[in-house]
Design a protein around this ligand. Sequence first.
Ligand SMILES: Cc1cc2nc3c(=O)[nH]c(=O)nc-3n(C[C@H](O)[C@H](O)[C@H](O)COP(=O)(O)O)c2cc1C
Length: 259
Amino acid sequence: MKGVTVFMGSPHKGGATHRAARKFLDDLESFGDVEGEIVVLSDYGIGVCRGCKVCFERGEERCPLKDDRDALIAKITNSDGVVFASPNYSFQVSAVMKIFLDRLGFLFHRPCFYGKTATSISVYGIYGGSKIVKYLDFCGGGLGFNVVKGCAINTLEPMTDEALAKMEKKLAKLSRRFHARLLRPTDATPSLFQLMAFRMGRTGIKQQLGEDKRDYVYYRDHGWFDSDHYYPTRLGPFKKVAGAIFDWAAGRIYRPREG
Ligand SMILES: Cc1cc2nc3c(=O)[nH]c(=O)nc-3n(C[C@H](O)[C@H](O)[C@H](O)COP(=O)(O)O)c2cc1C
């Protein structure tokens, strides 16, 4: 059985995003080997990030906010796949979805969801759904997931039968693609962009931070200062050279810290 959690970012329970999430999971569960859960983010206590960067620097366990962040992270850890589902509010994800993503901020520095699959659903009235899908998919990639391109659902009211049928078709298609990805082993080779992001980032951390910083210790202890990527991989000759160039370029951009 594969476990899939939808993080539902509309505070409007039973609204369009909730219904889209339910329909997606019903389709997914009809394959017979998936068990889904919808997590309504607004039912959880998640405080607004204070921007103190304690999670980056001294460790996430020292975050001054004591709330449900870790319970939500545990839900990701215990899932094989996740869906970020958000309505479009003022041309962006809902506030609660953004608060949730901000609280995962330290995990963009230390991606740990390698091997899991993510996708997104954005629900919009008139304009802006696709940009939100792009944003949520980008976040999924940054957190280390295998990303299945999400979909934007138009729910301009009153919804015609045609619009309803279109929505159902889009969600059924997404569930098929997501299911197929869920069952496939993870691609062992990072894209050029992923390679660049890792190599530039790790060089910055190595050159500018020290043992007093959690990011540095995490990378050191995971062997990430010397590895090709943050998960085991065999790079072909082109990506090996590209990786070396990224290391060299980042070494010139980030000056070693003094003292
Ligand atoms: C505060 C607010 C802001 C919104 N802003 C936009 C917007 O910028 N673009 C858009 O296309 N729809 C916008 N909408 C419409 C919603 O995206 C649409 O009604 C959606 O179906 C709401 O989903 P929900 O019922 O799950 O919350 C907005 C709705 C609300 C409540």
